[in-house]
Design a protein around this ligand. Structure first.
Ligand SMILES: [Zn+2]
Length: 96
């Protein structure tokens, strides 16, 4: 069995990610289908069903809400997701 290894620099997580994405030809996308807390699958739910769990101003501005089947946490697509997508695209363009 052939074992592959990849050495990444310690200092910069962004450079580590750029190297990993480049080496394994990973796309710069956020699927947002797995719970970041427990790793279980997320499912879409109607925000109206959990209105009492979302801050009012956030509730008014979001469209997509997901729910973890395991730990029952909820997640929504907010401005932080757009920042993460832009950051990921920037990292993908990093010159190695
Ligand atoms: Zn979870």
């Amino acid at each position: 069995m052939k074992i592959r290894s990849l050495t990444v620099p310690r200092e910069s997580w962004e450079e580590q990610l750029a190297i990993i994405m480049s080496t394994f030809s990973l796309p710069a996308e956020l699927k947002l289908t797995i719970c970041p807390e427990c790793g279980a699958e997320l499912e879409h739910i109607n925000k109206e069903d959990i209105q009492d769990r979302i801050p009012y101003r956030t509730y008014e501005n979001i469209k997509t809400v997901t729910h973890c089947k395991s730990c029952e946490k909820i997640f929504w697509i907010g401005s932080h997701i757009e920042r993460m997508k832009k950051q990921l695209q920037r990292i993908q363009k990093t010159k190695l």
